[in-house]
Ligand binder design. Structure first.
Ligand SMILES: Cc1cc2nc3c(=O)[nH]c(=O)nc-3n(C[C@H](O)[C@H](O)[C@H](O)COP(=O)(O)OP(=O)(O)OC[C@H]3O[C@@H](n4cnc5c(N)ncnc54)[C@H](O)[C@@H]3O)c2cc1C
Length: 462
C-alpha cells in the first residue's frame, strides 16, 4: 500500500524517516533526553481511534511492527520501537459524570489535567505522582499513585477500556467483555496486546484537605526512617502517604550532612482538622536525630505536581529502576548508601511503604509487589556521561538485589537484559504471553525489550 494512501486516509499526521522534520518529531516522542538507537520508520500522530485502526491495518499490510506512544514517559524509551509508532497525544479528552462518579478519558489525558478536572467536580482518582505522565502507560503498568493507601493501585479503578486490536478491530474490554484483554491491561504494561484508545474510570470523593510535612535526617538514619514508616503503615490512617527521599543535601543542610533521608508525610484527609491530627501523630512518632522540619502546609494536587515535576525536567538524560522488597530497613539503607556515591546532585532515590489497610490489588497482570517499593533515579546532562549515569543506577539496584524481589514495570530498567521478566509472577507472565499469542498471533505489537524477544524481528537492543 502506498504511504500516500495512509496519509490521505488519516485525520492526523504521518511522518516518515525520510521527511525533513523527522529527527525533531522522533526526539519529541520520549520524555527522557537519552534516546534508544532504534527509530521508527513511520510516526502516525492519530487524531482519533479511527486513525489508530487505519494505521494498524496499514502496518499489518506492510509488515511493520507497531508500538503505541502514550506520553513517552517510560524511562527506558520502550514506546519508541522500529517500524511504526502510533502517537496518541491528541487522544486526551476528559469527560466527567459527577452523578455516577465515572470519568471517560483519552489515554493522553495527563495526571495534572485529570486532577484539575476532577477537583472542579469534587472528585478524585489515584493519579500518578508526576503531572505530565498520561493515563495511557501509567494505567497499563498498574499505576502507583497518590493516596494508594485509600484508593489502591490505579488500574483496579478502571471499569472498562477501548482498544484497537492487531486485526484493526476496536473492542471494549471489561470484566464481562474480553476479560483476558482487560486482565492484561491491568499491569501488563508494554506487553499489552493492543492499543488503548479510551478509559472508563471509577472515581472517588475528593479529599477535603491535602497537607504535607517534611522530617529531615542525615542519610545515616535511613533504617530508623524505615522502622518509623513500618509503624505508621500499620497504625496510621490509610490516607497517610509516607515517602522517604534519599538525596544529596541542598545548601541549607549541607553543613550538617552531605546526604539526606527525608520523610515526606502527605495526608489526603476529609478536612483540615483531620489532616492536622494525622500529621501531628506523624511528628510525635518521628525518630530522634532530625536536622530539620518542613511544617505542615496545604498541598493541593497542583502543588504536589509542581513539586514532583521540578525533580524530573523533561529532556534530562535519565536512567531508572524500581524495586519491590520485603525487607524495608535493608532496602532503605541500600538506597541511602547508593545515593551517597551519586555522580550528580540531581540523582536520588525514593522508598515507600503502603498502608497495611490499602485495598488489595485485584486479579490482573499486576502480579509483582512486596511490602516496600523503592526507585533509584539517575539524572545527568552530558551525553558523554551516559555510561556513568546508567552504571551508577544499576550499581545501586544491584547492591539492593539481595533484599529485593521483582520490579515495577512502569519504572523498571527495561534495557537491562531479563529485567522485564521480574515485573510479573511467572504465572502472570505465562498468561500475558498466551494472551499476546491469541490477540496478536502475527506479532504486530512485537517489542524489542532486552531479554524477552517477542514476535518475529524482536532483537536485543545494543
Ligand atoms: C517523571 C515521571 C514520574 C512517574 N511517576 C510515576 C508514578 O507516580 N507512579 C507510577 O506508577 N508510574 C510513574 N511513572 C512511570 C509511568 O507511569 C510509566 O512509565 C508509563 O508507562 C508512562 O506512560 P506513557 O503513556 O508515557 O508510556 P509510554 O512511554 O508512552 O509507553 C510505555 C509502554 O506502554 C505502551 N503504551 C503506552 N500507551 C499505550 C496505549 N494506549 N495502548 C497500548 N500500549 C501503550 C507503549 O507502547 C510502551 O510499550 C513516572 C514516570 C515519569 C517519567
Amino acid at each position: 500500500m502506498e504511504l500516500e494512501t495512509l496519509r490521505s486516509a488519516v485525520r492526523g499526521t504521518v511522518v516518515s524517516d525520510r521527511d525533513p522534520g523527522y529527527p525533531a518529531i522522533c526526539d519529541a516522542l520520549l520524555f527522557n533526553g537519552r534516546k534508544p538507537a532504534r527509530r521508527p520508520r513511520l510516526i502516525v500522530e492519530a487524531a482519533d481511534a479511527e486513525d489508530v485502526r487505519r494505521a494498524v491495518r496499514y502496518a499489518a499490510a506492510e509488515g511493520l511492527a507497531v508500538s503505541a506512544r502514550g506520553g513517552g514517559h517510560n524511562w527506558s524509551g520502550v514506546a519508541q520501537q522500529a517500524g511504526m509508532v502510533i502517537d496518541l497525544r491528541r487522544l486526551d479528552a476528559i469527560r466527567i459524570d459527577p452523578v455516577r462518579r465515572r470519568a471517560e478519558a483519552g489515554p493522553a489525558a495527563t495526571n495534572r489535567r485529570m486532577a484539575a478536572a476532577l477537583d472542579a467536580a469534587g472528585l478524585a482518582f489515584p493519579l500518578g505522582h508526576c503531572g505530565s505522565v498520561p493515563l495511557s502507560g501509567y494505567l497499563l503498568g498498574g499505576g502507583l499513585g497518590w493516596n494508594a493507601g485509600s484508593w489502591g493501585v490505579a488500574c483496579f479503578s478502571v471499569e472498562s477500556l477501548e482498544a484497537v486490536l492487531a486485526d484493526g478491530r476496536l473492542v471494549s474490554a471489561s470484566a464481562a467483555e474480553h476479560p483476558g484483554l482487560f486482565w492484561a491491561a491491568q499491569g501488563g504494561g508494554p506487553l499489552f496486546p493492543g492499543i488503548v484508545t479510551g478509559y472508563r474510570l471509577r472515581l472517588q470523593e475528593a479529599p477535603g484537605a491535602i497537607c504535607t510535612a517534611l522530617h529531615i535526617y542525615p542519610s545515616g538514619r535511613a533504617e530508623a526512617l524505615a522502622g518509623w514508616m513500618e509503624r505508621l503503615a500499620a497504625e496510621a490512617p490509610a490516607c497517610l502517604e509516607m515517602t522517604a527521599k534519599f538525596c544529596p543535601a541542598p545548601p541549607p543542610f549541607a553543613d550538617r550532612a552531605a546526604h539526606l533521608a527525608i520523610g515526606i508525610a502527605t495526608v489526603f484527609a476529609r478536612d483540615g482538622e483531620e489532616a492536622d491530627r494525622v500529621l501531628a501523630e506523624v511528628a510525635q512518632s518521628a525518630p530522634a536525630g532530625a536536622i530539620g522540619q518542613g511544617p505542615a502546609m496545604p498541598t493541593p494536587f497542583a502543588t504536589l505536581y509542581d513539586t514532583v515535576d521540578a525533580a524530573y525536567p523533561e529532556g534530562r538524560r535519565m536512567a531508572v529502576d524500581a524495586l519491590w522488597s520485603d525487607a524495608p530497613a535493608a532496602l532503605f539503607a541500600a538506597l541511602a548508601r547508593g545515593v551517597e556515591r551519586a555522580p550528580t546532585p540531581e540523582c536520588h532515590a525514593i522508598a515507600t511503604l503502603p498502608s497495611e489497610r490499602a485495598p488489595l490489588p485485584g486479579d490482573g497482570a499486576f502480579s509483582m509487589r512486596a511490602r516496600a517499593f523503592g526507585a533509584v533515579y539517575s539524572l545527568w546532562q552530558d551525553p558523554a556521561a551516559d555510561a556513568e549515569g546508567t552504571g551508577w543506577m544499576r550499581g545501586v539496584a544491584e547492591a539492593a538485589a539481595p533484599v529485593t524481589r521483582g520490579v515495577y514495570v512502569g519504572e523498571a530498567d527495561l534495557a537491562r537484559p531479563g529485567r522485564i521478566r521480574q515485573a510479573y509472577s511467572p504465572a502472570a507472565l505465562d498468561r500475558l504471553l498466551a494472551l499476546r499469542a491469541r490477540y496478536d498471533p502475527a506479532g504486530l505489537f512485537r517489542r524489542d525489550i532486552a531479554g524477552l524477544p517477542l514476535g518475529a524481528g524482536a532483537a536485543e537492543p545494543a
